[in-house]
Design a protein around this ligand. Structure first.
Ligand SMILES: [Fe+2]
Length: 274
């Protein structure tokens, strides 16, 4: 029967996910009525499957965006305890996303490192009031011990959230150094996952380009000099150069403009924490 081979080829293509319109050619009068009818039915089925796949993709995207918005809200909660971390998690998350994209990572991997960056310091919720209220750069052994535990505490907090995938490991390893002198596990070299290496760079960069209790925000040249000094012993040198190019081209992040008034405090942390 004329067209049966073409029809079979079209069906095989569709079953492989290639939704081309070739099938519609078989619905013309040039073909047997049975082939036309079959082609029309298969074409209709293809359109419905394609629409359903689009809907699922959109629903998945909405779900990821909602998860990210929730995570950002949780990260902002940390700033209610420690005003100097206000916006830090969100900015680090965005820097992670930008660097991962620039490195050519796929959409899901970019999302994962974005989430990890946003949540990386959540373990600081476990800091004592004494450490939170300390505005000096000097810390005693007890404080140092708390500081060194926060990546593990963050991991502990988030470990039941399996959908975060590798983000959990990135959070746990964001203070590891390539030379093995970091914490909490003294990992070195390739044992530190690329996502954690991205996160370390974003974290250092935001820390030096934002105002803290112990420093004014540095200008870009000084910040880049610090990143380059740390490249090798601490930070991934290749990633550092890619990150610097990204910042030179697209600039700094500023999430504070999106920080809305806090109903609990009336005037909101933006005003009261200056
Ligand atoms: Fe940290």
């Amino acid at each position: 029967m004329k067209g049966i081979t073409e029809l079979l080829t079209c069906i095989q293509e569709i079953s492989g996910g290639n939704y081309s319109n070739d099938i519609m050619q078989l619905t013309t009068d040039a073909y047997d009525p049975l082939i036309q009818e079959l082609a029309e039915s298969v074409g209709l089925m293809m359109v419905r499957i394609e629409a359903r796949e689009f809907e699922l993709e959109q629903a998945n995207r909405d779900l990821q965006n909602n998860i990210l918005a929730t995570i950002r809200a949780v990260a902002r909660g940390l700033s209610l305890r420690d005003p100097y971390t206000r916006g830090h998690g969100e900015r680090v998350g965005i820097y992670c996303k930008r660097l991962a994209r620039r490195l050519g990572w796929g959409r899901d991997d970019v999302w994962t490192v974005h989430v990890a960056g946003t949540l990386h310091d959540m373990g600081k919720i476990g800091f004592s009031d004494r450490l939170i209220q300390n505005i000096d750069t000097k810390v005693d052994d007890e404080m140092l011990s708390e500081i060194r535990q926060h990546p593990e505490w963050g991991f502990y907090m988030l470990r039941g959230l399996d959908f975060l995938g590798s983000a959990l490991d990135y959070v746990r390893s964001h203070h590891e150094r390539l030379d093995g002198t970091g914490y909490p596990n003294g990992l070195s070299g390739d044992d530190i996952l690329p996502g954690a290496r991205i996160l370390s760079i974003a974290d250092v960069f935001d820390a030096v380009t934002s105002t803290r209790s112990y420093q004014e925000a540095m200008d870009l040249d000084k910040a880049f000099a610090i990143l380059r000094r740390l490249a090798g012993p601490s930070l991934d040198p290749d990633f550092v150069e890619v990150f610097i190019s990204e910042i030179r081209e697209n600039g700094l992040e500023d999430v504070e403009n999106n920080f809305t008034t806090c109903a609990v405090h009336g005037s909101g942390p933006d005003e009261s924490d200056k």
